[in-house]
Unconditional design. Structure first.
Length: 109
């Protein structure tokens, strides 16, 4: 089974033949055009900036995702927001479960 998955996955790999200037950790380098577009698309997806496959918010610069600025000011900021949302939902879900259990127990007694 894994061999089939590997074979299918291997066919999906692309090798860039076109390059463009890129930046990684503040250093300039020649970035493969396809790889760069894919990396930026995936970062925008993780940051919640896509509507379907179309970028909605391009205000965040994702050209250098390993820069200190990006990690601290963008990535950690959004991670903190997501954590707060998760905690609110999780606590709400636990409270709902508690109330259901209390009502169930009350009906039985």
């Amino acid at each position: 089974m894994f061999a089939n998955i590997f074979a299918v996955t291997w066919d999906l790999f692309e090798q860039d033949v076109e390059f463009e200037p890129g930046v990684m950790a503040g250093a300039e380098y020649q970035c493969g055009k396809y790889a760069g577009l894919l990396r930026k698309h995936i970062f925008r997806e993780h940051l919640g900036q896509l509507q379907g496959d179309v970028p909605q918010d391009q205000s965040t610069d994702v050209t250098d995702p390993v820069s200190r600025h990006f990690y601290r000011d963008v990535w950690q900021h959004i991670a903190t927001q997501n954590t707060q949302i998760y905690e609110e939902v999780r606590v709400g879900a636990r409270l709902d479960c508690y109330l259901v259990n209390v009502r169930t127990v009350s009906r039985r007694t």
